[in-house]
Design a protein around this ligand. Structure first.
Ligand code: SAM
Length: 719
């Protein structure tokens, strides 16, 4: 939801937070002398936990505020080079560069907009600890992330003034290193056991397998890693362990890591059947379908009789379909619709007819690299991140209920943005090889730091993600019915939103030449076919999954939406669509500027700029009359139309369209009069630039579209 429509109380809250930030900044560098004791902090934390449980039992849902303060870079340092610092020496509003902390979680965590715990250091001092950008509770419980008594190393800690006192805040989870019990940095007093003593590789492997069977893939990975790093493992066992870990990574949607583990044996001729198969699945997850085929063929050739090869043959058929889709844009739409009703929509991205180019005054844009016919597919793209947020009581409903408040950019956004930031953060961490796809879509000025630590570990900057999300995430309804309902229930947030990196290059124009459609998490850029048969509104929501990733099954639900373009597009033409409802002329420029930082200069907006105030006020006079009394509409429309210069087929008249559309709906729904419905529908379509024959007051006329006009959200309904 755009900042302009957010609750004004949120803006008051924004102002309040800004002045608190100002106050806090004045204390930068101060070592507070009134820190709460460990006991007090634990007591407050447990009380808070109780309150939250009571609220939950009573069905209360509180809005979660995610407040983004001054951006700072994630730590790129290698922990070995950092100096230890203790809680008692922490300075307020300071990023302790060159320092690290060893901390132990003293309590079970609670989950709010961050995961919150109380941590203690070796000296027995304690601090609250807020860890942002984590997976949601239904994916990974907070208690699995900040385990009670778990030990962590926090690089270059940020200590700050909080609502209740002071605390450590981690915006970049890559600043945290989780230390296993036997890690040399873990103080003896904090060790639960004596590391690996007493545990054989076989035992660790068995423990890992049992974690795997109970669906605890992250824990299983840790056990397998312990076994692999024990130094006591034979090469054969190590290969087996890597194969097992590859499967865990697949289950977690960590395809980069799965591929790495499946490639543990460098020479592919020496790899096992399972390694081949799992590597092929990882490549599939990464969208590298042709490479996946290579792996599958090797599997089938080398182990023709194996179970993996049997699975591989089936898989091969699926991967070949993806390659076909990727190359030709030919999809089995009917099957995809059917699949969407059952679960995942599994298909490849197609973008052959389009490419990214520079556009004067707009940065980059998407262009056709060949002429396309009406109805042709321009691109078909999988969502990078999708957050569904309208079902009450669903795990995601709290995402919709959240508010993201950026004190630096002065933006308040209610809805799914905060959830997107965490979602994207995890995705970038899970599959660093796909990070560029997302990061390259950012045209702004935020300067992120390095993408790797000094010792080669990928880093993710959550402030950069926030900037990209706020620019490129856009809302879409789960179903048209839901959208209609949500309009009626004031104050309810009922939108979902997604980020499609290729589509993010498309610039705005009120006279768009391309429209969007969704099936599952796929986005289609396509053109209207002449029959208009395929123009439809969102149909339903469906659970989604990458079919080999259990995590994806849990994380996302998707809606289906189909949008079509309105005209033939010659080669080398910029593709545009509307960022904001083009019929809402009063708020359009303000919204475009507030949300995307530009003013539209399309022909409609330019004409508006040239139009004198006297003409505008005369137009408004007629529009007010027409809107207040649809019955008197007819003659006034002719007078209104005379107040426009260029014909509607050159420059659409969105206000006239809207007034005619409302009148048509009035006569349809309130006082059924087919003659007037048809008359106003015709006028509405003409105002959009359509030339249509055969719409007349009598029934049975043949409808012929001589020229298409511009598409607007109301068009399918009108049609
Ligand atoms: C989603 S991005 C579109 C791709 C972007 N142009 C790029 O270079 O990556 C949105 C940004 O593009 C620019 N933009 C989009 N439509 C525009 C327009 N009609 N006129 C000027 N700038 C526009 C604005 O800077 C806006 O914040």
């Amino acid at each position: 939801m755009a900042a302009s429509s957010a609750d004004s109380r949120l803006f008051a809250f924004l102002e309040q937070q800004k002045s608190k930030l100002e106050e806090a900044r004045k204390r930068a560098g101060e070592i507070p002398r009134d820190r709460d004791s460990r006991q007090t902090l634990i007591g407050l934390h447990l009380a808070q936990d109780e309150l939250m449980k009571e609220d939950k039992a009573a069905g209360k849902q509180k809005r979660l505020f995610t407040i983004i303060g001054d951006p700072y870079l994630p730590s790129a340092a290698c922990h070995e080079k950092l100096q230890k610092i203790f809680i008692k020496d922490l300075q307020l509003e300071t990023h302790h560069r060159g320092r690290y902390m060893l901390l132990r979680c003293a309590v079970p965590p609670i989950r709010q907009n961050a995961i919150i715990s109380v941590v203690e250091d070796e000296a027995g001092d304690a601090s609250t600890f807020s860890l942002y950008q984590q997976e949601p509770e239904h994916i990974r419980p907070a208690g699995d992330i900040l385990k009670e008594n778990g030990v962590l190393l926090l690089k270059e800690p940020y200590f700050k003034v909080t609502a209740g006192g002071y605390g450590l805040r981690v915006d970049h989870p890559t600043d945290v290193m989780w230390l296993l019990d036997h890690h040399p940095k873990v103080p003896n007093a904090w060790r639960k056991s004596h590391g690996l003593i007493g545990k054989t590789v076989e035992e660790l492997k068995t423990e890992g397998n049992s974690c795997f069977l109970s669906g605890k893939y992250t824990d299983a990975n840790k056990k397998y890693s312990q076994a692999s790093n024990s130094g006591l493992i034979t090469p054969e066992e190590d290969e087996l362990i890597h194969n097992n870990r590859a499967l865990c990574h697949l289950k977690l949607g960590k395809y980069d890591a799965a591929l790495e583990d499946a490639s543990f044996i460098a020479d592919h001729k020496a790899r096992s059947d399972k390694a081949h198969y799992r590597g092929a699945l990882a490549l599939y997850g990464l969208g590298k379908f042709e490479e996946s085929i290579v792996w599958l063929n090797r599997l089938i050739e080398s182990f023709p009789e194996s179970v993996a090869a049997k699975q591989g043959r089936q898989e091969l058929e699926r991967v070949k379909l993806r390659v076909e889709e990727q190359k030709t844009g030919k999809y089995n739409w009917k099957k995809m619709y059917r699949d969407a009703k059952l679960g995942p929509v599994d298909c490849a991205t197609y973008d052959t007819p389009v490419e990214v180019r520079q556009v004067e005054g707009k940065g980059r844009g998407l262009f056709t690299n060949k002429s396309v016919k009406c109805g042709d597919l321009l691109a078909c793209e999988k969502a990078f991140s999708y957050v569904c947020a309208s079902e009450k009581g669903s795990p995601e409903s709290s995402a919709a209920f959240g508010a993201l408040i950026n004190l630096t950019t002065n933006r308040v956004k209610i809805g799914t943005d905060a959830a997107h930031i965490s979602n994207v953060y995890q995705k970038l961490l899970d599959n660093p090889s796909r990070a560029r796809l997302f990061l390259d879509s950012y045209p702004g000025t935020y300067e992120a730091g390095p993408e790797m630590t000094e010792d080669g570990v990928p880093i993710v900057d959550s402030f950069l993600i926030e900037r990209i999300v706020s620019l490129n995430a856009f809302g879409c309804p789960i179903t048209s019915k839901d959208q209609e309902l949500s309009r009626k229930q004031a104050g309810e947030i009922s939108t979902s939103s997604g980020i499609w990196p290729l589509a993010a290059y498309i610039n705005h124009s009120c006279i768009a030449n391309c429209a969007r459609t969704f099936i599952g998490d796929m986005m289609y850029l396509s053109r209207v076919d002449d029959s208009f048969n395929s123009v439809s509104t969102p149909i339903r929501q469906c659970p989604y999954a990458q079919n080999i990733s259990d995590r994806a099954i849990l994380t996302s639900r998707f809606d289906i939406q189909i949008m079509r373009a309105t005209q033939d597009i010659p080669r080398n033409t910029e593709i545009t669509w509307c960022y904001y409802d083009p019929t809402n002329r009063a708020d359009l420029q303000k919204s475009l500027f507030e949300n995307w930082g530009f003013n539209c200069t399309c022909p409609v907006c330019t004409e508006e700029g040239f139009t004198g105030e006297d003409i505008k006020s005369q137009r408004n006079k007629y529009l007010t009359i027409i809107n207040s009394t649809h019955k008197a509409g007819g003659p006034f429309f002719d007078q209104l139309n005379q107040l426009y210069g260029p014909p509607a087929k050159e420059i659409p008249r969105f206000e006239v369209f809207l007034a005619c559309y409302k009148a048509a709906m009035y006569w349809l729904l309130s006082d059924f009069n087919l003659t007037l419905v048809l008359m106003f529908s015709k006028k509405a379509l003409e105002a959009l630039g359509f030339e249509i024959e055969g719409i007349n007051e009598s029934r049975g006329g043949k409808l012929v579209v001589r020229k298409r006009g511009v598409a607007v959200p109301e068009l399918p309904r009108l049609w």
